[in-house]
Design a protein around this ligand. Structure first.
Ligand SMILES: Nc1ncnc2c1ncn2[C@@H]1O[C@H](COP(=O)(O)OP(=O)(O)O)[C@@H](O)[C@H]1O
Ligand SMILES: [Mg+2]
Length: 403
């Protein structure tokens, strides 16, 4: 070594095993970049637990407080300690990393959050007593009895208090709150049967509801339509075309806006792979490619697209935050998006502009819905419990479908 490492006194480097808290702080650097990533991990846990309702509260952009309350299956008091330890998960047994059906599987989020913030988990499994445990900067306290009705409440205070360097990189409360809302909207689109409530509880007083999406009914396609209209708004719904295409085992569904509804930046591009929100360069590039001839360079298409396939055709274990994926054959995914969207757009273009609206999400009628099972290969417990065979539109749907 050319210089003396000020952290180590010995002249000869000695290899030492880092302790658990240090390991978790290092891991947290990858899993938890900002408050929104903590929110993402906690809400994904709630969905994996089969929650029908998830309430997310935050204060000061999530820097001082994040609280996620769910009505899912809960954690047994005897498992609470284990849930805080690294690589402990109830979602896989480790034998098949290509066959993932849940958001989580790495067993990293809770120990990471507990290493860099003050985390309390209160939980109750039906028929058992409630319990809670706290972990502050990697120091776990004892498991204690707790009073709650059921499900789980995870409270995260003072995120990054234990890693001040990371604190300095956080943006304004407003920007962090915006990022939280964006994550919640993405997850709300991915899980239309789950009710989401997002509240800003900064300061004193009752707080302010930032976003709400009530649980959708019906089959997956109808539910997705309803949820997209709730999350992206009426204007998107009225300007978006249904997309449904298949190629070599990959299935593309969703809605893509007419070129006239383009945006000045790529803010309205929502991509999902097997039900997981992703920010994937390949897919975003394909979306751009599909509109290449229709939009000028400074305009960006708006779309919510879902690619579903056998989980073995795509690797989600590329990055700890799991927002990137790797397709076994990227060319197929790209080609599917480009051709699927171009078809939908060309069809719309062939009709007179006054009738184009009839093909959009806002004007969709049950008989125009593709009668097929929306295949989500990462079915959450909720989705699994939902009767998929109910593909026929509900009686009375025609009256309520026009949004
Ligand atoms: N909201 C929740 N409801 C029920 N169980 C939960 C919840 N959050 C976490 N758990 C349990 O704690 C375990 C560890 O969570 P986490 O660290 O996020 O890892 P992962 O989600 O990858 O399994 C989960 O596998 C699950 O069993
Ligand atoms: Mg998790």
């Amino acid at each position: 070594m050319a210089y003396q490492n000020p952290n180590i006194s010995e002249a000869l480097p000695v290899i030492r095993q880092l302790d658990e808290a240090a390991i978790n702080r290092i891991a947290a650097g990858e899993v938890v970049e900002r408050p929104a990533s903590a929110v993402k991990e906690l809400v994904e846990n709630a969905i994996d637990a089969g929650a029908r309702q998830v309430t997310i509260e935050y204060a000061d952009g999530g820097k001082t407080l994040i609280r996620v309350t769910d009505d899912g299956c809960g954690i047994a008091s005897s498992d609470l300690m284990l849930a805080l330890s690294r690589h402990a998960t109830s979602k896989i047994d480790g034998s098949d990393l290509l066959n993932i059906h849940t958001f989580g599987f790495r067993g990293e989020a809770l120990p990471s959050l507990g290493a860099v913030g003050r985390l309390t988990i209160s939980s109750r499994v039906a028929g058992q007593d409630g319990a809670e445990v706290s972990i502050n900067g990697g120091q776990a306290g004892p498991v204690r009895p707790a009073a709650l009705n059921g499900g789980t409440v995870v409270t995260l205070r003072n995120l990054f208090f234990a890693t001040p360097a990371r604190l300095k990189f956080l943006r304004t409360d407003r920007a962090e709150a915006q990022a939280i809302a964006d994550i919640i909207k993405r997850l709300a689109m991915a899980e239309p049967f789950v009710r989401f409530i997002l509240r800003d509880v900064s300061g004193d007083g009752p707080g302010r509801e930032v976003f709400r999406a009530d649980a959708e009914q019906g089959d997956m396609f109808a539910a997705l339509q309803g949820r997209l209209a709730q999350v992206l708004g009426r204007e998107f719904a009225e300007n978006a075309l249904a997309v449904d295409a298949e190629r070599d085992g990959l299935h593309l569904t969703g809605f893509a806006a007419l070129p006239t509804y383009s945006r000045g930046s790529a803010v309205m591009q929502y991509l999902f792979v097997n039900g997981r929100p992703v920010r994937d360069k390949l897919l975003v590039g394909a979306l751009r490619g599909a509109y290449f001839d229709l939009l000028s360079r400074d305009r960006h298409p708006a779309a919510a697209l879902f690619i579903d396939c056998d989980p073995t055709l795509v690797d989600v274990n590329v990055h700890p935050a799991k927002s990137e994926v790797r397709f076994r054959d990227p060319g197929i995914a790209r080609g599917l998006i480009v051709s699927g969207l171009r078809h939908a757009l060309a069809d719309a273009g062939h009709r007179a502009s006054t009738t184009v609206a009839n093909a959009t999400l806002g004007a969709m009628r049950p008989e125009q819905l593709t009668a097929r099972v929306y295949q989500m290969d990462r079915p959450s417990v909720v989705a699994r419990g939902t009767a998929y065979q109910a593909q026929a539109p509900e009686p009375g749907f025609a009256e309520t479908a026009g949004m």
